[in-house]
Design a protein around this ligand. Sequence first.
Ligand SMILES: [Cu+2]
Length: 255
Amino acid sequence: MRLRHAMVAIAGAALPLVFAGTAQASDSVTFPLNELNGSGAHAEATLTVMDGDLHVQINGEGFTPELVHAQHIHGAVNGTEFVCPGPELDTNGDGQVATEEGLPAYGDVFVALTTEGDTSPASGLAVDRMPVADADGTITYDRVIPAEMLPAGTIDNLANLHIVQHGLDVNGNDAYDFESLGESVFAASKGVEGVPEEATNPATCGMVMPHGGVETGGAGTQGSEQLPLAAFGGLALVGAAGAFAVRRRLARQTS
Ligand SMILES: [Cu+2]
């Protein structure tokens, strides 16, 4: 709650000063989506808040080519701090952290990052509206999700959320099949039968704000871990200089 109050306080005062010259107040954060389950995939995500809308941009490579890759914002807005799962969560010992095995770490589907239409968790397995990797295994995603389609509290709690991309070809036959891992336990739990586990296992995961930053207050570090939070309103905590550093870093990455 302390963070939220800080955000409210600066929303009306500091942002127009800090970001003077921009057409309207907006904040942006870029963070990596790191490989999971030996997928060979990685990506970079940029979230930009603009008047309550959320602009989501994801650029990734190394994905199984020409196959659909479901992707979601995972987590919750109840203050729970989620993390990307480590290999210790492979409870059934098949060498993969399946989606349902990772849920205790990164939380349930919060927003389905579909290419069009509904973005609620009900669209979590809407594979006809999820990104498809091109022949080189590249995924490019760019969508503005209007404020009215975002669950309550999304913007205020972005620092606790994650992005997870799914789907990997474990046995190297360029397809999602049942040979290596069988049927998706996660999909079946959602009432969708006949989906290979390869299609739903996580391929990348990235935290909007790395665990252990300002929100926890425990470590008290002042390193780069806090910069993403600064972009989402922690300016009062980190300072305007940090915010400018973020903007410069983002500018370099996108130029
Ligand atoms: Cu997901």
